[in-house]
Design a protein around this ligand. Structure first.
Ligand code: PBG
Length: 321
């Protein structure tokens, strides 16, 4: 026999030596939820192990994340009041902006503090933008809200704004306002290829979203790979510092293609439903939890992600060290 590929799989040391992909704590970003008015962390039932943080538990979790050596944290706010235009998102005393200032203070130089820039956590209709008279998400009116939100987040110290609303022209709009307001060093993470996905289900509970209808008029159709690449290229052209594919596990083809064409870092978001599936199967004893976590994140890196947003970031980093 000329070829015996099994030779490279004979021992743990050999397998480690020939591994093509490695996970490192610095490649992981932890999404975190902070609830306005919470005095205790509140469990999210569809995401066992993930909570809506109180200020106290939030600061403790940031310290743990820094200790574990992960690369950064992505913050989501859960406001007490929601309204049609998502006023809480642009209020300097709104929960996300308050949490950002706390995080910047607590994280110091150890973590890159990032914020979700989208209106759905703050609107009473649960959409990512403001609605027109017919109840349709108004793209250009929403861009005005995003510009104000970007300023509020940058002023709070966010170092990387995660534009996840899927409005046309959102990267250019936010880039312009940052440039003209003295925040030229605030980076933009564009959720470029963001699909209308059933895998965001548990996130709805996490941010107590009251979404009416669906997001198919602005998020991508799962059927379309090429269209995802178009969004990636448009965002790079508009000045995105990082592009992202989301969800990750069901879109590894889009991720691989993005990695092949992108001139900026490529990240992927392992979303709430991906987390919940593994946790649920593991809780039933149907899969090996630790192995499934490692394999699922490793596969996302192998497909081309430089960084993975995952709710397991701190735990996984601990296992990697
Ligand atoms: C938008 C946003 C969502 C997620 C991250 N940013 C929700 C959505 O677009 O429906 C989902 C993340 C997850 O499911 O883990 N604010």
């Amino acid at each position: 026999m000329d070829h015996r590929p099994r030779r490279l799989r004979t021992t743990p040391a050999m397998r480690r030596l020939v591994a093509e992909t490695r996970l490192h704590p610095a490649d992981l970003v932890l999404p975190m939820f902070v609830a306005e008015g919470a005095t205790e962390p509140r469990p999210i039932s569809s995401m066992p192990g993930v909570v809506q943080h109180s200020v106290d538990s939030f600061t403790r979790a940031i310290a743990e994340a820094a200790e574990a050596g992960i690369g950064g944290i992505m913050l989501f706010g859960v406001p007490l009041e929601k309204d049609a235009i998502g006023s809480g998102a642009t209020d300097p005393d709104g929960i996300l902006n308050v949490a950002t200032r706390i995080a910047v203070e607590e994280a110091g130089d150890a973590l890159v503090v990032q914020t979700d820039l989208c209106l759905d956590e703050f609107t009473d209709h649960g959409h990512c933008g403001v609605l027109d008279a017919h109840g349709v998400v108004d793209n250009d009116a929403t861009l005005e809200r995003y510009r104000d939100m970007a300023l509020a987040q940058a002023e709070s110290g966010s170092q990387l704004l995660g534009l996840s609303g899927m409005m046309d022209g959102q990267v250019a709009a936010v880039r312009e306002v940052l440039e003209s307001s003295g925040f030229e060093d605030t980076a933009i993470l564009a959720y470029s290829a963001k699909y209308a996905s059933a895998f965001y289900g548990p996130f709805r509970e996490a941010v107590q979203s009251t979404l009416k209808g669906d997001r198919r008029s602005y998020q991508l159709d799962a059927a379309n790979g090429r269209e995802g690449i178009r969004e990636v290229l448009l965002d790079i052209e508009q000045g995105a510092d990082v592009v992202m594919v989301k969800p990750a596990g069901s879109y590894l083809d889009v991720l691989a293609e993005t990695a092949a064409v992108s001139t900026v870092p490529v990240w992927a978001y392992q979303v709430s439903g991906e987390y919940a599936m593994v946790e649920a199967a593991a809780a039933n004893g149907w899969i090996d939890r630790d192995r499934a976590i490692h394999e699922s994140v490793l596969a996302i890196k192998r497909a081309g992600a430089d960084v993975v947003l995952t709710y397991w970031a701190t735990e996984l980093a601990g296992q990697l060290r």
